[in-house]
Design a protein around this ligand. Structure first.
Ligand SMILES: Nc1nc2c(ncn2[C@@H]2O[C@H](COP(=O)(O)OP(=O)(O)OP(=O)(O)O)[C@@H](O)[C@H]2O)c(=O)[nH]1
Ligand SMILES: [Mg+2]
Length: 240
């Protein structure tokens, strides 16, 4: 049977675990992430005779290196490379929640944006134009209510289409100032030279510019060849 791996990412309290439980039911295993005190929940579902392993990532507001939760979520997306990352958003606070979606879209092209708590949004008179949002973001957007089991078959079909490249995504990329963009371009070339397309070069360049040593250490731990020594860790500064 064909098998795919799906990650659920999102801010805390957006309904990831509710969605995870609805999708996987009793087919779950829980434990901790290796070397961390962060809870790990993994489960399975089948859809159209394909098996999907789902990982319920910890809820985070960003995917930098601010906490063990963020490291776990970041490392899973970058090093384990799920076939699709579903970013679960709270329909009642889109502005705050979209921040994480944009971060994930810098890390991988295989993204589905899932707008949950759509029932709550309706109660508050909030309407979300998923087609317009999808065009702006360059990835599919699906509205659901995980608790009420609304929109789930559309979500599963959309995940399938992205895994099988029946939907080709083109995630919106944040543009930085010209100065930063120039540095990203030159770093990207070195990163590509070292790693090929093993990692998203633009995103790795941004982490280097950010001085994110925690990520570079994670890269050193997770990458199989010791080429990381050639990447400048301290030598880059973009202060004016
Ligand atoms: N009204 C409504 N409530 C929902 C829906 N989905 C989830 N909830 C509720 O939202 C709350 C948070 O849900 P969780 O599934 O625990 O959220 P989470 O994203 O896993 O939270 P963290 O693990 O802390 O990041 C719970 O009280 C759920 O019952 C929904 O579609 N509608
Ligand atoms: Mg949860």
């Amino acid at each position: 049977m064909i098998e795919y791996r799906i990650a659920l990412a999102g801010n805390p309290n957006t309904g990831k675990s509710t969605l995870f439980n609805t999708l996987t039911g009793l087919r779950q295993h829980t434990g901790n992430w290796t070397g961390k005190t962060v809870a790990k929940a993994e489960g399975e579902y089948e859809h159209n005779s394909k098996r999907y392993t789902v990982v319920d990532l910890p809820g985070t507001y960003s995917l930098y290196s601010n906490s063990a939760d963020e490291e776990v979520a970041r490392d899973y997306i970058i090093f384990e490379k799920p076939d699709v990352t579903v970013v679960v958003l709270d329909a009642t606070s889109m502005e705050r929640n979209l921040n994480l979606a944009l971060q994930v879209m810098e890390m991988t092209t295989r993204v589905v944006v899932c707008v949950n708590l759509i029932d709550e949004a309706h109660k508050k008179g909030i309407t979300i134009d998923e087609e317009k949002l999808s065009r702006s973001l360059g990835v599919p957007v699906v509205k659901i209510s995980a608790r009420n089991k609304v929109g789930l078959s559309n979500l599963l079909d959309t995940i399938e289409k992205v895994t099988e490249r029946k939907i080709i995504t083109n995630p919106y990329q944040i543009q930085y100032s010209e100065h930063i963009e120039n540095m990203i371009s030159s770093l990207e070339q070195d990163i590509y030279h070292l790693f090929g397309d093993a990692y998203p070069a633009r995103w790795v360049a941004l982490r280097i510019l950010d001085g994110d040593k925690n990520f570079l250490e994670a890269l050193q731990r997770n990458h199989k060849e010791p080429v990381i020594r050639e990447v400048p860790v301290n030598g880059v500064s973009f202060s004016q």
